[in-house]
Design a protein around this ligand. Structure first.
Ligand code: ATP
Ligand code: MG
Length: 425
């Protein structure tokens, strides 16, 4: 019997796994400079954690969650996103007691029962951040800047930042009523989901993957006409700071985001260069003034975003941005008889303790067969040990790029390899 991975899941091996870790490391390096610390939460949570935060009319809660009862008959969900788990942990561990501002990042798999297609999977990796404690426009802007810096550090070109404000809870209620009145009677050819959204949460019609591009949707009343003066001035401050920092952005009045918990600033980074990946959303986030309170915690505002790591990888592949994700092998050992293999294995481990990457052929004894492995691995050096080398303690070392060969005392080999003059590959 042979098995295949589940639909909508991916294996990452060798090069692809190294690329994934490369993105993660780069992201961590940048976020450390912004004062973020890591949080690792469980992949499973009580289902209610997600229902309470995302909202029971969201696509995630309605259609996409992997939910099951465990053997103790508790309803458990594989996390579909990071924010709810982080808020749960922030409250459960009372992190707000230690400091007025908490900056956290996370990285790990998320699960959504979606229709799989390029860049959309059922298990995917997100790298995200959450900041708790501050509602200032300066924080909103700095959070957006951190995402921008991260994409710049990865070298990604052609990214567009879309930003909007969706105001506070009261303004949104007012706006929802306006949308209901506007859409009533105009939705005959809209999808089934949108028909339900009209009464449950009409804002989501603007976010619909099927209907959002329809003229009727594009011409719908705009949220800014329902917003309070405070929301509008907050948004102006955020965009002014972004302009001051020369971060390019585009205000997109139809950007509403799919989750219930956002307030005021929402944003997305999408790929704007022509081609197959044009329009792909790479990062999304926003401010959530009331989420912590709605979870039963103190009245502490938060803001966060999440990157889709597979999507970053797709874009970086398409822009040929992975160059030095691999450590090259320093040495391949070629050992010509059983006793030389013993000496070689010991010496390989000595070199490894000096932080060199060393491989050897475990099986073959002939020079020709072992050179085959060396050719495939393409190391900087090849070390040859036969009876003569073994007894004299003087090994033959071949510089593969220069195609030169020398005999070096074994105790001098680490220095020889580390010597910059010999290192031109
Ligand atoms: P989309 O509009 O593409 O469905 P979303 O609004 O559901 O995205 P978020 O929940 O905000 O996305 O997640 C943030 C980021 O995570 C997205 O911008 C995207 O890069 C990535 N992402 C979301 N869902 C998936 C998925 N099913 N597969 C791969 N990446 C995903
Ligand atoms: Mg989605």
């Amino acid at each position: 019997m042979s098995y295949q991975k589940l639909k909508g899941t991916l294996d990452f091996y060798q090069q692809e796994a190294a690329k994934m870790r490369f993105i993660e490391e780069k992201a961590k390096t940048i976020l450390n400079t912004f004062g973020f610390e890591e949080i690792i939460t469980p992949i499973i949570e009580p289902t209610d954690v997600f229902v309470r935060s995302s909202g029971d009319s969201s696509d995630i809660v309605n259609k996409e969650m992997y939910t099951f009862n465990d053997r103790g008959n508790r309803s458990i969900t594989l996390r579909p996103e990071g924010t709810a788990s982080v808020v749960r942990s922030f409250l459960e561990n009372k992190l707000y007691v230690n400091s007025p501002l908490t900056k956290l990042y996370y990285c790990g798999p998320m699960f959504r029962y979606e229709r799989p297609q390029a860049g959309r999977y059922r298990q995917f990796m997100q790298f995200g951040i959450e900041v708790f404690g501050e509602g200032s426009a300066f924080l909103d802007a700095d959070v957006i800047i951190s995402a921008y810096q991260l994409l710049s550090a990865l070298g990604i070109k052609g990214i567009q930042l879309k930003i909007n404000t969706i105001g506070d809870f009261i303004s949104r209620k007012d706006y929802a009523a306006k949308l209901q009145a506007y859409f009533a009677g105009k939705m005959d050819d809209f999808c089934e989901d949108c028909q339900k959204r009209l009464t449950k949460n009409p804002l989501r019609i603007l976010d619909c993957k099927v209907d959002a591009n329809k003229d009727i949707v594009q011409q719908a009343p705009k949220i800014k006409d329902s917003l309070s003066a405070a929301s509008l001035s907050h948004f102006k401050k955020v965009t002014d700071i972004l302009s001051m920092m020369q971060i390019p952005y585009q205000v997109d009045e139809t950007l509403v985001r799919g989750l219930d918990y956002y307030t005021d600033t929402v944003f997305e980074f999408i790929l704007a260069v022509p081609g197959e990946l044009q329009g792909l959303a790479i990062c999304a986030g926003g401010k959530y003034a009331d989420l912590v309170k709605n979870f039963g915690g103190p009245d502490i505002p938060g803001i966060g975003y999440a990157f889709g790591m597979e999507r970053i990888m797709m874009v970086m592949n398409s822009q040929s941005l992975f160059v030095d994700t691999f450590k090259k092998t320093d040495v391949v050992m070629i050992c010509l008889d059983e006793d030389s293999k013993k000496v070689g294995l010991a010496f390989a481990n000595h070199l490894r303790s000096e932080n060199l990457t060393v491989e050897m052929d475990y099986k073959n004894y002939s020079l020709k067969q072992q050179f085959k492995l060396a050719d495939r691995v393409n190391p900087r050096y090849i070390l040859i040990i036969g009876e003569e080398e073994r007894t004299s303690g003087i090994f033959t070392i071949k510089h593969t790029q220069k195609n030169t060969q020398e005999k070096i005392k074994k105790e001098n080999i680490v220095t020889y390899i580390s010597d910059k003059n010999n290192e031109n590959s």
